[in-house]
Design a protein around this ligand. Structure first.
Ligand SMILES: [Zn+2]
Length: 567
């Protein structure tokens, strides 16, 4: 479909009230109208939803939007309705009669957009009804949920490729806020995107100041937090110190690893005279809503939360994000820290780093590992109670929700368990738990551990933190010092001497994003290149950092797809 720029701009202005497109938006809309699949990596706040809302107005038929959270849909739908557009939302809170009414509106062309959670496709009647509609565009929001490695993994996302085929293969738009080159490849493969156009917006957030504060004990950690929130600001050059200090008096988020730490930290803040409350998944729904609303409205200055808080929260004037505990990966860190400064004004991102806690963090990363005894427990549960629902199995086996989901998926793939209408049973009367391969689990764990190693290097690096983060996400542009991280702005109280190489570093033949092969660890993708080291994400061994000198000396890496050997 050929749409003239002037027409698109008129639509943008008249229906959505914006004067001009933001970077990337127009390119995506045009590709979609021309029938190309698109994978777009856009930071939150870059106007992701406008892209498909506008395309939906111009395409025939219906645009389906797959969104992981009901709350997220609610906000977006309110925004669309404010623009005078009609939209339907189908989720677990809608009754059958309401769903039927919504589908009727879509059939009669009275609504163009339909928001659904991915789990909905598992309902056969619903799928049949959808097949009777003309679906032109299939939008997968938060598309990184397809990767099993992320904490936000949702098994229902794995079935989307199949759903897309069943709906007659409409154009697909996959949207995500942060994705490493490796995750991008996985999204393309899992969703079955065909020669997609890749649109990656600048992931750099130049207004965020990144810093790490190293502490040795919990007591020291409390003092550090107090110092940051209500102490003097004189560590950096005067003007910057003042700006960072001002940021700490604005609205902020403090992330903790546990629910109890969230509560305790909020109590400390109140002792220090700061309007603060806490938020985590175990608090009552009404309490969570109250805390979130108060924070959004600015009545609550600081929210202390576990990572349950944040997806879909779009508060533009968050002035600081502090992590009291090291997050499980750079992805989580950048996503959570990135909730600061969406309005483009200076904001501060501080990671409080206790090296002693890494043991605990890796323990947490390991708690999800499936063991032989878990397989035995599920087998006993299924034998005692055939055709059990997920919830019934959760109770009878005492496995956590996440473990149970992964285990059921594993057994379904091995054709040991069968699922019909949300109920699970054994295909054969019995099976030998020893036959089930848990090798994939071991890989997943090697990967989790290596991700932790990468965030640890972030905390320990003495080079530019921004450059480190951007390299991790596949941006390999060079620059010397950003003036917006602690390593580039030495603290007044702790002057560092940085020795830079006298001659310019020689060009490395290894480039970020390229596939290489290692003698021992097999195939992998280069993630980071510095003057004297390379970090590679190996398919099975996870992240490894290698000394460039050793790589050359022993010819450790080769490009598997070419005869080229580097020397
Ligand atoms: Zn820097």
């Amino acid at each position: 479909m050929h749409a003239r720029l002037a027409d698109l701009e008129t639509l943008l202005h008249d229906r959505f009230g914006h004067q001009s497109f933001r970077p990337g938006q127009l390119q995506i809309i045009r590709s979609l109208l021309d029938g190309h699949d698109v994978l777009a990596v856009l930071p939150t706040g870059a106007g992701k939803s406008l892209v498909y809302q506008l395309a939906a107005q111009l395409l025939p038929g219906v645009t389906l939007v797959i969104s992981p959270l009901i709350a997220l849909m609610k906000d977006q739908v309110e925004a669309i309705e404010a623009a005078g557009l009609s939209v339907s939302v189908i989720n677990s809170t809608r009754s059958n009669a309401e769903v039927a009414e919504d589908l009727g509106k879509l059939r009669r062309d009275q609504a163009k957009l339909l928001y659904i959670t991915p789990e909905r496709f598992q309902n056969q009647d619903f799928m049949d009804a959808l097949r009777r509609l003309e679906v032109s565009l299939f939008v997968v929001d938060e598309a990184h949920c397809v990767t099993e490695w992320g904490h936000s993994f949702r098994p229902a996302y794995l079935l989307l490729a199949n759903v897309i085929e069943q709906l007659g293969r409409p154009t697909v738009l996959a949207l995500t806020a942060t994705a490493t080159p490796w995750i991008r490849d996985e999204i393309i493969e899992r969703l079955g995107l065909k020669a997609p156009k890749l649109v990656v917006r600048e992931i750099d957030r130049p207004n965020l100041f990144f810093e790490v504060r190293r502490v040795e004990s919990e007591e020291h950690d409390r003092r550090m937090l107090r110092h940051l929130l209500i102490g003097d600001c004189d560590e950096y050059p005067a003007e910057l110190s003042q700006q960072l200090c001002d940021a700490m008096h604005g609205s902020g988020i403090i992330y903790t690893a546990t629910t109890s730490a969230a509560k305790t930290t909020a109590e400390w803040l109140r002792e220090w005279g700061i309007a603060a409350d806490y938020y985590h998944g175990q608090r009552k729904k009404s309490e969570r809503a109250r805390v979130q609303d108060a924070f959004m409205a600015g009545e609550l200055r600081v929210i202390v939360a576990t990572n349950a808080f944040g997806m879909g929260v779009d508060k533009p004037d968050v002035r600081f994000v502090i992590h009291r505990d090291i997050p499980a990966s750079i992805e989580s860190y950048y996503q959570e820290a990135g909730r600061a400064g969406r309005d483009g004004e200076l904001a501060r991102c501080v990671l409080i780093y206790r090296p002693g806690d890494l043991g605990r963090a890796s323990f947490l990363a390991a708690t999800g590992q499936l063991k032989r005894t878990d397989v035995e427990r599920l087998r006993a549960g299924l034998l005692a109670h055939p055709y059990a629902t997920r919830r019934e199995l959760e109770q009878s086996t005492d496995l956590s929700k996440g473990d149970l989901t992964r285990l059921l998926d594993l057994l379904k793939n091995e054709r040991i368990v069968v699922e019909r209408r949300g109920r699970f049973s054994l295909r054969a009367a019995d099976f030998d738990p020893a036959q089930v391969s848990l090798e994939g689990e071991a890989h997943r764990h090697a990967y989790e551990r290596s991700r932790l190693a990468m965030i640890r290097s972030y905390a320990e690096t003495d080079a530019c933190r921004r450059r480190y983060l951007l390299n991790y996400f596949g941006d390999d542009s060079e620059d010397d010092g950003c003036t917006m991280c602690d390593n580039d702005m030495p603290r007044a109280t702790e002057q560092r001497i940085v020795i830079r190489p006298e001659s310019a570093p020689t060009e490395s033949p290894f480039a970020i994003g390229e596939r290489v092969k290692h003698n021992t660890w097999g195939a992998g993708i280069i993630q980071r290149v510095t003057d004297d080291s390379l970090t590679v994400l190996f398919d099975t061994a996870g992240y490894k950092t290698l000394s460039t000198a050793t790589v050359y000396e022993h010819e450790l890496l080769t490009y598997p797809n070419s005869a080229l050997k580097h020397n």
